[in-house]
Design a protein around this ligand. Structure first.
Ligand code: PBG
Ligand code: ZN
Length: 322
């Protein structure tokens, strides 16, 4: 008989043969900065997540730093939205000021800037529009400007999430031209048109005013196409590629991480977080065990970098287990 149970008898025996470990340096925590004063708005659909104005964000930054997490993904919510998303690439815009502020408080914190127009456009789409069409090439210079202003504000990594074709190349060229040769790009490469982004759109106030994002984000039915997207982004200059969402796309994550030789990130998105929180608040699941199981699954599937709203809890729970 094959006795596989031999290696499961004790905690130390299980640790000895354990294949996958989470480490605090794997984690990136998303944060939302909002223009205005004295704001700490809870996001109703994401218990524990808040929008902060910069004069209130100190407590959150201290909490992140003290947890041991060293990466944040920053999203801005501007006071002014227009057709062309001009607040996205204003050097004094909310996200640029947020980046500056975080780097001033914690110079060693890795600040990753999400590059997209949807939080800044009045129509909520990730690109410029003409009538109801989402324009591709016309959007690229604006994304490039946003990337350069964010990098100049101190962002350590530029993360385009818009899913326009050719954006990685356009952004790489713009960064290089601005002398930002050392700023890496983490591309949201396999980003699916997912219902799991629902709670995020409350948090970032970025729901599209008409239609949906299916003409630019990927069809959830397609796995092979993820390879095309990832290869294109690497070819265009991506330093890190991402699969998003994570849990419903572990096959894609595994497939990509087996094929590429650069770091792969998984984005454990808002809806995935909210489902766990809702079940937890109902007393239906053991939050800690479910979260650690989910995050371990992402890492087992090949993600090196885990972007998750659970990051601070996960790192705290990891310490308890020691
Ligand atoms: C912006 C962006 C979105 C997310 C990250 N960047 C929303 C979207 O594409 O609609 C989703 C993150 C989450 O759900 O946690 N394009
Ligand atoms: Zn967007």
């Amino acid at each position: 008989m094959k006795r596989t149970r031999r290696l499961r008898g004790t905690k130390n025996m299980r640790s000895l043969v354990r294949e996958t470990y989470l480490h605090p340096s794997d984690f990136v925590y998303p944060i939302f900065v909002i223009e205005g004063e004295n704001i700490k708005n809870p996001v109703d659909s994401m218990p524990g997540i808040y929008q902060y104005s910069l004069d209130r964000i100190d407590e959150e930054l201290d909490r992140i730093w003290n947890s041991g997490v060293r990466g944040v993904l920053i999203f801005g919510i501007p006071a002014h939205k227009d057709e062309v998303g001009s607040s996205a690439y204003d050097p004094r815009g909310i996200v640029q000021e947020g980046i500056r502020y975080i780097k001033m408080c914690y110079p060693e914190m890795l600040v990753i800037a999400d590059i997209c127009l949807c939080e800044y456009t009045s129509h909520g789409h990730c690109g410029l529009i003409h009538e109801e069409e989402i324009l591709n090439d016309e959007t690229l210079p604006l994304l490039s400007k946003m990337a350069v202003t964010c990098a100049q504000a101190g962002a350590d990594i530029i993360a385009p999430s818009d899913m326009m074709d050719g954006r990685v190349k356009a952004i790489r060229e713009a960064l290089d031209e601005a002398g930002l040769l050392q700023t890496p790009i983490m591309a949201y490469s396999a980003k699916y048109a997912s219902a799991y982004y629902g709670p995020f759109r409350d948090a970032a106030e970025s729901a599209p005013a008409f239609g949906d994002r299916k003409s630019y984000q990927m069809d959830p039915a397609n796995g092979e196409e993820a390879i095309v997207e990832v290869e294109a982004d690497i070819e265009e200059g991506a330093d890190i590629v991402m699969v998003k969402p994570a849990l419903a796309y572990l096959d894609v994550l595994k497939n990509i991480s087996d094929r590429v030789h650069i770091p792969v990130a998984a984005y454990n998105v808002s809806g995935e977080y909210s489902m766990v929180k809702a079940a937890t608040l109902n007393g239906w699941i053991d939050e800690k065990r479910v979260v650690m199981e989910n995050l371990t699954a992402m890492k087992r599937a090949g993600a090196k970098i885990l972007i998750t709203y659970h990051a601070l809890d996960a790192v705290k729970w990891m310490k308890e287990e020691n």
